[in-house]
Structures are given as structure tokens and as C-alpha cells.
Design a protein around this ligand. Structure first.
Ligand code: AKG
Ligand code: FE2
Length: 335
């Protein structure tokens, strides 16, 4: 699938205020669509009264500060994709990086009726923080989905403005994941020679598997997006730095949404590197992955979409099928 023919500059990543939906839905919706189809990334402004992400960051830092043996009690369950992944356990770029990613993470599954579906004893006293963060994520996701449906002019008989959000909220098996990430400072184990991109990698080049990802960064940057998305040759890849904007979160389109829109919306490759002067600083980030669950990977009913490339075989019927395949690659076929 052809993704992007032209290179982009950082000014292509707009800052969008979803509060604008109230008075000017069409304009806000068009801004979201423009970014989603041109670069696959956008910033969403965080109103100053919203503090849920800050509370989550505190809990995240506390978790990663625990001794390794305590964290290992929550080791990731291959069946559910929930739990703790240790340093180097994951490798998202199997083509260009030979060692696992220089990061650790904790995947928290969706709370159902406010309750966790995994062992989360370590968060037992902080469930309200988790509940409030999840509720905030859901609300941002629904706003974004409504914007996309409006700008894609989905006919009323197909659900109109609520085409995506209704399916999302009605999904029988929602598999959204909150992922807490910790990238420690460089150490003797950070061997820069073993990746052919010739860069110090915190997480290798990848696209996200699901529909939409919300990403909060905490102070330390390093996130980059590939401006020539389809380029496979590491020597010819070009990368744009995504700045850390304190009052914004980052949003990106995932593979499922690209697939559903016949490539109209772009799931752009990205990675995190050690930026100069931050090698000795840990980076914390949090991602909220909207996975799509058991929703069928059907083309979105929009006249704006290009027709499907006939050469492309339909391999996956649901988002979950696709997710399982991608995870099996990331974890080295252990799953
Ligand atoms: O930490 C980041 O900024 C990026 C994380 C990411 O891309 C991912 O987990 O998919
Ligand atoms: Fe990602």
C-alpha cells in the first residue's frame, strides 16, 4: 500500500483543540482528518484542568522503581498481552535491530466495570487513578472518532458522526491497552553497533497495530516519525523529531485504521532514540492503544476513500486476528 510520496516537515503535525468541536465541529473534524491522512500524527491540546495523566505518570514511575523481582511477578501473559515486559524482552523492529528494545513496559488491560482483568495488586491503592485515566482516554478517543467520521462524511444510515465511536463503545471484546513505558539511561549494555540504522535506539521502528494511539510524553523527547514511511533501506530513511509539548498529547493512526480506509489514513512508522544530552536521562511515556477488538476490518463507508488495491490480499478479518499476528513477530515467535 502506498503511504506517502512526499517528505514532511514538523509543521505538518498540527496542534488541535478538541474543545473546538462544540462550536465548530466541521472545522475541528477537518483538521483531524487532514493530519490523519497526510502524516498520521497530530497533537491534541490538554486543557489545564485535566490532570489524570500526571497522576498516572507518578504511579508509573513508582512501579518502574520497584526491584526487578517485584516487577517480574507481573510478567506479561502471552495470551492476553497484559503484564510486564522486561528490558530487551520486546523487539518491535525485527528487520533492522538485532537486540530487544532498551526499555521496560507494563501493559494494563481495560478495566471492565471499573475492575482490572489481571493481577494488579501493585496498583490496588491506586485504582481510582487508573479508572479516571481510562475514562479520560475513552473520552478523547470518542471525540477523535467523531471528528474522523464527520470529516469522512460517513452517511447517516451507516451511523454518521457515531460510526466509529458506536462500534468502539459496543465492542464485545475491547482490547484496549494502557502501556506504561520506561526507557532507562544509556549504560554498558547499550551497544550502538548492533543496529543497522546506526543510531541509539530506545524503541525500534514500527507502526502501531490498532486503530488509534494516544501518547503522553514526560519531558524527555526522542520520539521520531519516518517522513518517507515506505523506505526500507535504513541509510535512506529520514526522520522528524516530535517535540515534547507539555500541554499536548500525541495521537497517531494505527494499522487497522489505515487498513479500514484503504490507506487513506496513514499509519506512520516511528521510533524513539536517545537524543543528544538525554542519554543519561530516563524517559517515561504512556500509550493508550485502541485495538479494535472483535470489530471486523471492513472498509469505512466513505466516498472519499480510494478503492482497495486489488493486489492486496485480505489476510485478517478482525483487528484481534491482526494484533495476534503482529505480537507474535514482536516477541520473536514465542507466542
Ligand atoms: O515512548 C514513546 O514515545 C513511543 C512508544 C511507542 O511508540 C509504542 O509503544 O508503540
Ligand atoms: Fe508506537
Amino acid at each position: 500500500m502506498t503511504i506517502q510520496k512526499e517528505n514532511h516537515t514538523i509543521s505538518d503535525i498540527p496542534v488541535i483543540d478538541l474543545g473546538g468541536m462544540k462550536d465548530n465541529l466541521k472545522q475541528t473534524a477537518d483538521q483531524v482528518l487532514h493530519a490523519a491522512k497526510n502524516i498520521g500524527f497530530l497533537f491534541v491540546r490538554i486543557p489545564s484542568e485535566q490532570k489524570e495523566h500526571l497522576h498516572m505518570f507518578e504511579k508509573s514511575k513508582e512501579f518502574f522503581a520497584l526491584p526487578t523481582e517485584d516487577k517480574m511477578k507481573y510478567l506479561i501473559n502471552p495470551e492476553t498481552n497484559l503484564g510486564y515486559s522486561a528490558m530487551r524482552q520486546e523487539m518491535v523492529d525485527t528487520e533492522h535491530v538485532k537486540k530487544g528494545d532498551f526499555k521496560e513496559s507494563l501493559n494494563l488491560g481495560r478495566l471492565i466495570n471499573g475492575e482490572p482483568q489481571q493481577d494488579l495488586a501493585v496498583f490496588a491503592d491506586h485504582m481510582d487513578t487508573l479508572r479516571q485515566f481510562q475514562a479520560r482516554c475513552n473520552s478523547i478517543v470518542c471525540d477523535l472518532m467523531e471528528c474522523l467520521a464527520v470529516a469522512l462524511k460517513i452517511p447517516e444510515e451507516n451511523g454518521g458522526r457515531y460510526y466509529f465511536s458506536k462500534r468502539y463503545l459496543n465492542d464485545s471484546a475491547p482490547q484496549d491497552v494502557i502501556r506504561l513505558l520506561h526507557y532507562p539511561p544509556m549504560d554498558d549494555d547499550t551497544n550502538n553497533d548492533d543496529n543497522s540504522e546506526g543510531k541509539d535506539i530506545r524503541i525500534g521502528r514500527h507502526s502501531d497495530y490498532g486503530m488509534i494511539t494516544l501518547l503522553w510524553q514526560s519531558k524527555v523527547g526522542g520520539l521520531q516519525i519516518q517522513s518517507n514511511n515506505e523506505m526500507q533501506d535504513p541509510t535512506k530513511m529520514s526522520w522528524l523529531d516530535v517535540p515534547v509539548l507539555d500541554d499536548c498529547l500525541v495521537v497517531n493512526v494505527g494499522d487497522c485504521l489505515q487498513y479500514w480506509t484503504n490507506g487513506y489514513l496513514k499509519s506512520t512508522k516511528h521510533r524513539v532514540v536517545f537524543k543528544p544530552n538525554t542519554e543519561q536521562t530516563p524517559r517515561y511515556s504512556m500509550a493508550y492503544f485502541v485495538q479494535g477488538g472483535e470489530m471486523a476490518l471492513d472498509p469505512v463507508p466513505s466516498a472519499l476513500l480510494p478503492s482497495k488495491d486489488a493486489s492486496e490480499a485480505i489476510e485478517f478479518k478482525t483487528s484481534t486476528e491482526y494484533l495476534k499476528y503482529r505480537l507474535s513477530v514482536t516477541y520473536g515467535g514465542d507466542y
